[in-house]
Design a protein around this ligand. Structure first.
Ligand code: DOR
Ligand code: ZN
Length: 374
């Protein structure tokens, strides 16, 4: 039994589904799942109903999160093709702008050049009006600066977004990188000075196309699972992967079993045990987890410190991941059946024990919504 203490983790990419899809997840269940996984800050994506794409929809989401969350929540804004720039007046209250450049769940897709160009240009203009980007200086959460633009990694959209980021000098964060071609291009861009960072998700690090026959729709997400060679490329290029983030995308098992299963898998509460298992196997150091799940997301999104926030973990405890142990409303995990090392025993957030031995002790509304005071 080896007990260690980690800082509260950040999951910089989750879909908490509220408003609009609360039969899949809501702010309380999604943030409870986060705590169970040692995660004390989540950044929520805008593909809800309504999309978080206007001042009103952002305000509605803030109200819901403030009343219901049990960990801290940052909120992304997104663009819709009918209201391309509607979020601009409240851009500084978001952790960043998410652009869906590929097929995804929901209807936020923006994939033609004129709209993409306009989004990058107006984000740069707005940044210069408010004094730049948050990540330019040491994190100052009260500042009204803008966060990065976050885009989906998928194939040819990677060079398109890299080019636009270079053109307008905008920090670009590429989410769920899954292919050798993508990570190698990001490495090359970074070596030439591009302001690009990226993240990889546990399902792309620990699963591949070889698992698909076994998983069926439970292994379907966007981007899809990649080949074993792509997975090897992510591990080979670990130094280029700034952040591990889950893309926690809960759908019910009934939906996954339907004729048209929606893409996406839950993940916020299984990331830490999977990463600790990689430490056990010698693929990672504990410091790699802290850098990618705490320090880098805090730097890239300029997230505030969480004082007196500690995750107590038994790194030697062995268990098998099981659907029935999950706190997400979806009630399943694509990693079911996988043996892992590392058990989150207790989570303390701002001096209060909020999770212990499988139980959530925090009250809905005890989580804070980030960037709302600027
Ligand atoms: O598989 C996915 N599901 N990929 C995404 O990008 C969105 C997500 C969702 O919201 O279900
Ligand atoms: Zn996502």
């Amino acid at each position: 039994m080896t007990q260690i203490q980690l800082p509260g983790l950040v999951d910089a990419h989750v879909h908490l589904r509220e408003p609009g899809y609360t039969h899949k997840e809501d702010f309380t269940t999604g943030t409870a799942a986060a705590l169970a996984g040692g995660v004390t800050t989540v950044l929520d994506m805008p593909n809800t109903v309504p999309s978080t794409a206007t001042p009103e929809t952002l305000a509605e989401k803030v109200t819901l999160a403030a009343a219901k969350a049990v960990c801290d929540v940052g909120i992304f804004v997104g663009a819709t093709s009918s209201a391309l720039d509607a979020y601009l007046p409240v851009a500084h209250r978001a952790c960043g702008l998410k652009i869906y450049v590929n097929d995804t769940f929901g209807n936020l897709r923006i994939d033609e050049l004129s709209s993409l160009h306009r989004l990058f240009r107006t984000w740069a203009e707005r940044a210069s009006e408010v004094g730049g980007f948050r990540s330019e200086r040491s994190p100052s959460p009260a500042s009204s600066r803008l966060g990065p633009i976050a885009v989906h990694a998928e194939d040819l959209m990677v060079p398109v977004c890299l080019y636009l980021s270079d053109l307008y000098d905008i920090p670009l964060h590429i989410v769920h990188v899954s292919r050798r071609s993508e990570i190698e291009l990001i490495r090359a861009a970074r070596e030439r000075g591009s302001r690009v960072t990226c993240e990889a998700s546990p399902h792309h690090l620990f699963l591949s196309t070889a698992d698909l026959p076994r998983l069926g729709a439970r292994g379907d997400m966007r981007p899809r699972l990649a080949t074993p060679d792509d997975v090897a490329a992510l591990w080979e290029n670990l130094d280029v992967i700034d952040i591990f983030a889950t893309d926690h995308a809960p759908h019910t098992l009934a939906e996954k079993a339907s004729e048209t299963p929606p893409p996406g898998v839950p993940g916020v509460e299984t990331m830490l045990p999977l990463l600790l298992t990689a430490v056990h196997a010698g693929w990672l150091e504990l410091a790699d987890i802290v850098e990618r799940c705490v320090d880098a997301p805090r730097r890239i999104y300029a997230l505030p410190e969480q004082p007196e926030t500690i995750v107590d973990v038994d790194v030697d405890a062995e268990s098998i991941l099981r659907d029935e142990d999950m706190h997400t409303k979806a009630g399943w995990t694509p990693f079911a059946g996988m043996p892992v090392f590392g058990l989150v025993e207790r989570v303390t957030l701002r001096g209060r024990v909020v999770y212990e031995d499988g139980f959530i002790l925090a009250q809905p509304g005890s989580g804070q919504v980030l960037f709302q005071h600027s």
